[in-house]
Design a protein around this ligand. Structure first.
Ligand SMILES: NC(=O)c1ccc[n+]([C@@H]2O[C@H](COP(=O)([O-])OP(=O)(O)OC[C@H]3O[C@@H](n4cnc5c(N)ncnc54)[C@H](OP(=O)(O)O)[C@@H]3O)[C@@H](O)[C@H]2O)c1
Length: 275
């Protein structure tokens, strides 16, 4: 299955399809897709994306499933939507995700649990439930794109749970890719650095607690570039990509850096951010 993946006529499920990277995935796939199923909590947000796509690409069937994917009920609703709509998806984009800026000890239990339920449990359980659909026609190539993060490469004080959930996503993706290598399903993982979406706003705590953003402007990559890099990785069957050359260099540096130095730098950055 090392041929280039052809997106023509694809049938796609995108989680987190109401905003940011999820919308961009829909925009870039729509010119070639036959069906796109978007899921997120906000029905209004999904409706706006659906209208945009319907207007520009009238031949594409755009379906919506408003659901809180951090819950079993929400995930069940999405899986049922796939079944009842009769769609035969051959692309799953596990993109929905959320963070929480601030120290672990001052974080709310609800937001901590929410990140784990969405970033890990939802991604794993949706993959498990939808894999039989992706495998159904062995002659038809399918792919899973998991959205991880540059944060997966290092311990991140003040974003500790989020970074750990993304380490999980990268590790899970690479193992699943190997398990599925003899099948029609390929797996790619994308690890964006800071990207201008609603992510940062949503990760701020209700009391305004934010994170140290020094140096972020230098590594920011546009959502369009993140998504085109991710889709190229899926097309070429690449295991893991870091969109943007600065992000890519940073990821390589974090990977080869002695762990003691990484810990020292993370601690220095954390101390600098303390009042
Ligand atoms: N932006 C960055 O700097 C950055 C960097 C690295 C990785 N990422 C990753 O990129 C992915 C997309 O994030 P983004 O940057 O596009 O942020 P975003 O603009 O905040 O989009 C997040 C999407 O996830 C959905 N979502 C959030 N909670 C949900 C829930 N409980 N159930 C269902 N859907 C939910 C949101 O829709 P609703 O609010 O309507 O539910 C939205 O569609 C995430 O996995 C994130 O971790 C982002």
């Amino acid at each position: 299955m090392n041929k280039e993946f052809d997106f023509k006529g694809c049938s796609v499920v995108i989680t987190g399809g109401s905003s940011g990277l999820g919308v961009e995935f829909a925009r870039q796939l729509a010119p070639q897709a036959s069906q796109i199923l978007l899921s997120a909590r906000s029905a209004d947000g999904l409706e706006t994306v659906k209208s945009e796509l319907n207007q520009k690409y009238p031949d594409v069937e755009v379906l919506m499933c408003p659901a809180d994917l951090s819950t079993i009920q929400g995930r069940t609703n999405l899986i049922e939507k796939v079944v009842t709509s009769g769609m035969a998806p051959n692309i799953l984009i596990n993109n929905a995700g959320a963070g929480d800026y601030g120290s672990f000890s001052t974080g709310s239990a609800e937001r901590i649990q929410g990140q784990i339920d969405l970033n890990i449990t939802s991604l794993v359980m949706l993959t498990h439930a939808l894999l039989p659909h992706l495998k159904r026609r062995p002659e038809r190539p399918s792919c899973i794109v998991n959205v991880s993060s540059l944060a997966a490469s290092l311990p991140m004080p003040d974003l500790a749970v989020y970074a750990a959930t993304k380490s999980f996503v990268t590790s899970f993706s690479e193992a699943l890719r190997i398990e599925l290598s003899g099948t029609n399903v390929r797996v790619s993982c994308v690890c964006p650095g800071p990207t201008p979406t609603r992510f940062g706003q949503n990760a701020k705590r209700p009391d305004g607690t934010d994170t140290d953003r020094s140096g972020q402007d230098f590594v920011k990559v546009a959502p369009e570039v993140v998504v085109s890099t991710a889709l190229n990785a899926a097309r070429r069957n690449q295991a893991c990509v870091h969109p943007g050359w600065v992000v890519s260099i940073a990821a390589t540096a974090f990977r080869i850096m002695p762990r003691a130095l990484l810990r020292f730098l993370a601690a220095k950055r954390f101390q600098r951010s303390q009042p």
